[in-house]
Design a protein around this ligand. Structure first.
Ligand code: SF4
Length: 513
């Protein structure tokens, strides 16, 4: 019907997954410029900037979690939406085959991965008719870590550090600040929030996500909401949550607020949190051929302006000289010598493990010897490659959110003698106690830095538990100088707890406005 439609959608998906739009790059460039490069926050932003540039230049996924593909499609009256929906689904499967999307759609009952990102509810496609004779498709790829930090408040409510939030714009302000504080680094800050004031529970979340289709530097046409957006930007960036929750100057790169009418009895504030890997693009298509007429959010196919100079990218991790080098298997005394805030460079074997692996290890023997080992909370993007000895090549491999493994981690440390857990966002009190007892550390890698970390993996040496699907399998890796920060040590200290408490004090200061 429209001969170029399928190819246009594949191009849209590939570009969205691999190349951040200019407004997000600009916001991240400002964050990078404001942070001292020698601090934890500065090092984290440098790695993020390298990752953004590397992804664009090699056309690889910016983050290994390519998220829930959500399409907003506007079509002329009379367009065949059934056919377009089938074509968009085929384009998603094709982009998955090409490694631009990670297989991310799992059966909610069995946990089985469909392998092609297709299934009930995935991808999400919304159609709307308009009077123009053109087809517009916008796409956002929002990952699980930031999706899990979304929040919905029913006002009036009592909020930690902020007191009562009433059914007023002042109450809305408190909810947004609370959500940013609560997210800490779990959603890979610095992030952006889309907010809906009002609606019902369902339409509120939908409208909040729709706000993320606005550019970060636009101005809200409603002056009351424009003022609130600006105020939130100023106040949220005094919280010192910072990049990845390491502390620092930039916690938020965007705040976009919309409003829907509500029932008199309800007052919801719905908040969609998106991470720094804010992947959102769009295209306008010719209605007779489906060919791309123009791109939205960016200047055509003009290459993006890099965030860093070539020599800065070539230099790799911005080492301060104080880094601690560790090679697995790691003796206990080396682990007990580490303290919160130390930056380490890990080399040697490492094994990936997410939810399915952790659940498996609680009931079965480990398929490999993990004593002294490194367990990496990571669901990589992996493609078959006959030129590699193992037959596999990792194309994206950043950390996943660790808190999901909280029920299992302490027991796994003790049972298998794991010395290092790498992930993002930190873990809870049970794991902190387990680290102390077993002589292990938790390292926070830079969330979303999938290209950067893929380059720290020198080879794949094997894989176990492939029945769980590619992201959930246990991949055997060889890593070299893999950088991460000790955020939970073997002495009972947690940087996450410290930053949460310190930013809570800042939140209280903001309460009075
Ligand atoms: S950058 Fe972080 S929160 Fe965003 S998709 Fe990647 S892992 Fe998830």
């Amino acid at each position: 019907m429209l001969p170029s439609f399928l190819d246009s959608v594949v191009q849209l998906i590939a570009r969205t997954s691999t190349d951040l739009p200019p407004d997000v790059r600009k916001a991240m460039g400002i964050a990078l410029a404001e942070e001292d490069r020698s601090t934890r926050a500065g090092q984290a932003l440098n790695v993020i900037a390298q990752n953004i540039d590397q992804a664009a230049s090699c056309e690889g996924p910016i983050c290994q979690d390519t998220g829930m593909p959500t399409f907003e499609v506007k079509v002329p009256v009379g367009a065949n939406q059934i056919w377009m929906k089938a074509q968009i689904r085929e384009a998603v499967a094709e982009a998955t085959r090409r490694g631009k999307l990670r297989p991310n759609s799992v059966d909610s009952i069995t946990g089985e991965n469909t392998g092609n990102n297709l299934g009930p509810g995935t991808p999400i496609i919304h159609f709307e008719q308009w009077e123009r004779d053109a087809i517009e498709i916008k796409l956002i790829l929002k990952g699980g870590g930031c999706e899990n930090t979304n929040a919905q408040y029913a006002l009036p409510a009592e909020l930690d550090h902020l007191g009562r939030a009433d059914r007023t714009l002042e109450g809305v302000r408190k909810c947004i600040l609370h959500a940013v504080w609560k997210a800490q680094g779990k959603g890979c800050s610095p992030g952006a929030v889309g907010v809906c004031v009002g609606g019902d529970r369902t339409s509120g979340y939908l409208h909040a996500k729709e706000q993320l289709f606005r550019t970060l530097d636009d101005t809200n046409p409603d002056p009351r909401l424009a003022e609130l957006e600006q105020r939130i930007m100023n106040e949220a960036n005094t919280l010192t949550v910072g990049p990845m929750g390491f502390g620092g100057k930039t916690s938020l790169i965007g705040c976009k607020i919309g409003a829907l009418n509500r029932l008199p009895a309800s007052f919801f504030v719905s908040i969609a949190y998106d991470c720094w890997a804010f992947r959102r693009l769009g295209v306008v298509l010719d209605p007779t051929s489906g060919a791309i007429q123009s791109w939205l959010y960016r200047e055509g196919t003009t290459p993006s302006v890099p965030l860093l100079k070539p020599e800065e990218i070539a230099a790799g991790f911005p080492a301060s000289g104080r880094e601690v080098r560790l090679t697995a298997p790691i003796p206990e005394e080396q682990i007990r010598a580490l303290h919160v805030g130390d930056v380490v460079l890990i080399s040697g074997p490492a094994f990936t493990g997410r939810d399915a692996v952790h659940s498996y290890l609680m009931k079965h023997d480990a398929p490999v010897d993990l004593r002294g080992g490194v367990l990496y909370h990571c669901g990589p993007v992996v493609v078959k490659d006959a030129t590699e000895a193992s037959g596999w090549r990792i194309t994206a491999a950043g950390p996943t959110t660790s808190i999901r493994e909280e029920p299992y981690q302490a027991e796994i440390l003790e049972r298998y003698g794991v010395r290092v857990v790498i992930g993002k966002g930190g873990m809870g009190a049970k794991t902190l106690a387990g680290l102390k007892q077993s002589g292990a550390v938790y390292l926070n890698a830079i969330g979303g830095a999938a290209q950067f970390y893929a380059r720290c993996i020198t080879k794949v040496t094997g894989v176990d538990l492939m029945e769980f699907g590619i992201p959930e399998a246990m991949w055997h890796l060889e890593v070299k100088d893999f950088p991460a920060i000790v955020t939970m040590d073997a002495h009972g200290n947690s940087l996450h707890k410290e930053i949460e408490e310190a930013s809570g004090v800042q939140l209280e200061a903001a309460a009075g406005g």
